[in-house]
Ligand binder design. Structure first.
Ligand code: FES
Length: 500
């Protein structure tokens, strides 16, 4: 038998020995790497990057990656064979960045456009052929503003310090510009469309964020922003126009407006909801007859913030907690030692604790000692549970108030789309068990990156004139939850972990 080939996995730092020529897939699977399309080369979720050594480029790699991605060392883990020693970075274990490849309806036009989802944490840009609707290239990056604060409130605070706004504005403009230049690679673009939450909209445009720093969180300028790419300092051929789509009001940004386009919520005969759960939970319910939206200040618990062992959904995060034959089991991203717990794990953990009597409906931990030893070294404290209760209550109260404004009841909701990464990974049974979502499971649909899909649709819609987005805005009423006289009462009621 030939000498085994040594493969090091980054960021785990583990070394594996494989028979020369063996498919990496089988071994990587045992280490928790998922192969969502079954290795057919369609999803790219199995991608690995060669940090040391070399992996021959296969035909499937050529189909899946651009030349610059191949040059950067990206390969499909499902097709790769171990021919020599390697150090591999496993793309799946990076911070989850959701792109989008959902087919959509459009009126063909010509040329190329770029759609960008400007998230608080991550950025995703896609190059789109406006004749065929095909995505020709994707770039993802972390939002460089994170160096000045992890969440929107800390960025707003930073923006209010001398020179802060300009620094944040320039950081995001230059990163998105770099991604657009890479995607365009010297080709002329017709236009670029950006979407994001209200603070991202303001910071990109360089608008004063002071009105977003206090009640009633009412932006002064939240309409469509238009630029020529050269005024942003971008080196794009043909100097295409760049649009940041308008917000819907308050903290409900154009990411949700794009989500309305993507889910066709405003064309539905039946009542439909769309929610993006994060530090700011954005909530919209409606139908063809119109919609109501609001943002709920959930706090950072769903993103692992203010939780003693909290972290984002990355390698080492407990992402799932299960009860199997009476025993509690934790699933850790990257199949490694746990380093912390992310939002989906936290919701699961609370649901399991309720089931096993470790937690009561009022949110009191009933274990011995001051913390629940979930999976060493990760523990959950009483304070962690309180943070989860606050987040859960803010969202559940927001849903109640929005539906009440529409004069509708939860059981009338025919479908609830959950946008964003957390919405994709959250366990619906657990979310119902803790009373976060009260809709029947089959009506809750993980919808992926609806902001990016809507931004792509907007690349085409804008041909009808920029007023199309104003028309959408006019059909959606924004309400302030804090200004609702019953909010406090409903919020306190929703602090209970009452199962749906
Ligand atoms: S598993 Fe989908 S591309 Fe490899």
């Amino acid at each position: 038998m030939s000498e085994p080939v040594r493969i090091r996995l980054h960021p785990l730092g583990r070394e594996l020995a494989l028979e020369r020529g063996a498919l990496l897939k089988d071994t990587l699977f045992a280490w928790g790497v998922e192969f969502p399309c079954g290795g057919r080369g369609l999803c790219k979720r199995c991608r690995v990057r060669v940090l040391e050594g070399s992996l021959p480029v296969t035909e499937a790699d050529r189909q899946a990656f651009s030349d610059s991605e191949l040059a950067a060392g990206w390969r499909l883990g499902c097709h790769a064979r171990a021919e020599g020693p390697l150090t591999l970075e496993v793309g799946q274990w990076e911070t989850a960045i959701l792109a989008d490849d959902t087919p959509f309806e459009f009126t063909p036009s010509e040329g190329l456009g770029i759609a960008v989802d400007v998230g608080t944490t991550t950025l995703v840009a896609q190059l789109v052929d406006l004749a065929s609707g095909r995505v020709l290239g994707v770039r993802t990056a972390l939002n460089p503003q994170a160096a000045f604060g992890a969440d929107v409130m800390s960025r707003i605070e930073y923006a209010l310090t001398p020179g802060g706004l300009i620094r944040l504005r320039d950081a995001i403009r230059s990163e998105v510009g770099r991604m657009a230049e890479e995607l365009a690679a010297g080709r002329e673009l017709r236009r670029v469309v950006l979407v994001g939450n209200t603070p991202m909209h303001h910071l990109f445009a360089g608008r004063d964020v002071e009105p977003l720093s206090h009640v009633p969180f009412q932006p002064k300028h939240d309409g469509l922003e238009m630029f020529q790419s050269n005024e942003l300092g971008w080196g794009l051929d043909g100097n295409p126009p760049v649009f940041f789509l308008p917000c819907l009001g308050g903290f409900v940004g154009s990411d949700v407006l794009a989500g309305l386009l993507a889910t066709r919520l405003l064309e539905s005969d039946r009542l439909v909801g769309l929610m993006d759960l994060g530090t700011n939970g954005e909530i919209v319910f409606g139908s063809r007859a119109g919609a109501v939206c609001a943002s709920a200040a959930a706090g950072p618990a769903f993103e692992g913030g203010r939780i003693r062992w909290g972290m984002r959904a990355a390698t080492g995060a407990i992402a799932e907690v299960l009860l199997r034959d009476g025993r509690i089991e934790c699933r850790v991203l990257g199949n490694t030692e746990p380093r912390g717990i992310c939002g989906s794990g936290l919701v699961d953990a609370a649901a399991v604790a309720l089931e096993t009597g470790l937690l009561d409906e009022r949110g009191r931990l009933l274990c011995n000692g001051e913390a629940w030893q979930l999976c060493p070294p990760v523990v959950l404290t009483q304070k962690d549970i309180r943070e989860l209760q606050l987040a859960k209550a803010a969202i559940a109260a927001g849903v109640r108030i929005v539906l009440r404004r529409l004069g509708r009841r939860p059981e009338e909701v025919s479908r609830l789309y959950l946008a964003g990464a957390f919405g994709n990974y959250i366990n619906r049974t657990s979310a119902r068990r803790i009373g976060l979502l009260e809709f029947p499971e089959e009506r809750i649909v993980p919808a992926g990156n609806t902001a990016l899909l809507g931004a792509k649709m907007a690349l085409f819609l804008i041909e009808q004139g920029t007023d199309v987005f104003e028309q959408v805005r006019r059909r959606v009423e924004h309400i302030s939850l804090a200004a609702d006289p019953d909010f406090q009462e409903i919020f306190v009621e929703q602090m209970l972990f009452t199962p749906a």
